[in-house]
Write a protein that binds this ligand. Structure first.
Ligand code: ADP
Length: 302
């Protein structure tokens, strides 16, 4: 009797252990498969996805979430690749022009006037390179973690005046009007917590664009505010942006149909957008070809 009890006990224990192993194996098998598949995904085959067997169970949900994360990673990886190849292209063009111009200058002796002309051309291309590298540096700064950027309380109208001065100093013939649409009742309604340098870069970009894409070279900035935010409108009566270009102008290196009207790099607006987002603000554009463009910025005030 005692032996029978012991044997049955052992048999039941063994069966329980075996069943435990079996079910644990069955439950963990899909996880193991996922681990194997995930292990195969590297930077060179980011387009691979983990197959989803049943979307409705927890493992299926985990796999779907993981695949969505891969979608985002792949998109940002591709954007990064495009960005680098765009930069290389943007650097190579003015550099090879400079080399070409200087080589031509050296082929034979020339008079002072000719040398002046060639130096002028090379200088123009060198300036383009400086603008591009400054823009890229600012873009890198604006890509920092918001917490890593130093901020303080700033009056936006003062920053706009400084931006105006910088634009006028650098571009002969440009005109910038700044107007208050509402009386300033206290400092706070026109002040933000932000990074002085970056905000000024954003304002300079918008003012310069307005002037350079307008035959009258005039940019008007209207300042207003509401209970919680400052509203700035950068207006021009210039050549405008085509409907086809409007959705794309914030993409790095994108330049619209109207690009031949003026020199540029295509990083001004993406940089500006990045800076405004960093300040928890928004930027919107409305434009009509041959009538003009308005960029509207809204930033929370103090
Ligand atoms: P860019 O160096 O070409 O000015 P941006 O990133 O500043 O580069 O602007 C991207 C494109 O948006 C420009 O190439 C131009 O087509 C268009 N754009 C921006 N601002 C204006 C404006 N005020 N008027 C007309 N077109 C504009």
């Amino acid at each position: 009797m005692k032996d029978t009890l012991i044997i049955s006990f052992l048999v039941i224990i063994s069966l329980t252990v075996a069943a435990g192993y079996f079910f644990a194996y069955k439950a963990l098998k899909p996880v193991e498969e996922i681990v194997d598949k995930v292990g195969e995904i590297t930077a060179t085959n980011l387009d691979k996805r983990v197959p989803v067997k049943n979307e409705n169970d927890e493992i299926g949900e985990l796999t779907t979430t993981f695949n969505k994360m891969l979608d985002r990673l792949e998109a940002s990886f591709n954007a990064q690749k495009n960005f680098v190849s765009n930069i290389s292209h943007e650097l190579r063009t003015p550099l090879s022009t400079i080399v070409g111009e200087l080589q031509i200058a050296l082929i034979k002796d020339r008079n002072t006037e000719e040398y002046r002309k060639i130096i002028g051309l090379a200088l123009n291309d060198a300036k383009r390179l400086v603008r591009l590298s400054n823009g890229l540096l600012d873009l890198a700064k604006a890509n920092y973690d918001a917490a890593a950027i130093s901020t303080k309380e700033l009056r936006v109208d003062e920053l706009l005046m400084e931006a105006r001065e910088t634009v006028l100093k650098a571009n002969e013939g440009y005109k910038v009007n700044i107007l208050f649409e509402r009386e300033i009742e206290d400092d706070n309604c026109i002040s933000v917590r932000g990074n002085r340098y970056l905000l000024k870069v954003a304002f300079i970009n918008l003012i310069e664009n307005a002037c350079k894409f307008s035959p009258d070279r005039l940019s008007s900035v209207a300042i207003s505010y509401m209970d919680d935010k400052i509203i700035l409108r950068f207006k021009d009566s210039g050549i405008g942006i085509s409907e086809k270009d409007l959705p794309n102008i914030f993409i790095p290196f994108y330049r619209g149909d109207n690009k031949d009207f003026s020199q540029g790099t295509g990083i001004g607006l993406p940089l500006t957008q990045k800076i405004i987002t960093l300040h928890n603000g928004t930027i919107q554009v409305s434009s009509k070809v041959n009538e003009g463009t308005v960029f509207t910025i809204e930033i929370p005030h103090l």
